[in-house]
Design a protein. Sequence first.
Length: 156
Amino acid sequence: MCNEQEVLEVTAIFTRGRDGRASLPSEAVGAGNQAQHPSLSDAKPRANDDVPQDVSPEIRQAMLAAAYGRQLIGRLAALQNEEVTKYTGISRAELALRIWNAPMAEVAKRLGIRKHVLTRICKLYEVPTPPKGYFQTSFAHRQIRWTRVAVGLGTL
């Protein structure tokens, strides 16, 4: 059978204040005085009334939708990357790097596919491509300079 001190220590764990410190065991359990026993509503730390304890249902629903959207975007990027790798042998990010560093015909020749097939792959799987005439202008005068392609949640 447990002694009274062990019971007091266990109850102290469940009656911690906002600062994380346990209240004194004698305060938590008391010596038979009903007023000193914490009820279930008193066990929760009380906060200021002006500080909300939980978000509204509308915000919670929007947060869940955003998380689900991020999940779907990550899945879409992974699927696109798989398909680009299947057709070209390189990842979507690597393909985008090559396309922005050399003309499309040259990249297609190095990959062993036709230019129009590579153009279609880029269009279908949303690989960013430079505008027409991008490689006819000098590097210093190019308006668009590509640095990287987003392929998912934090991956490149």
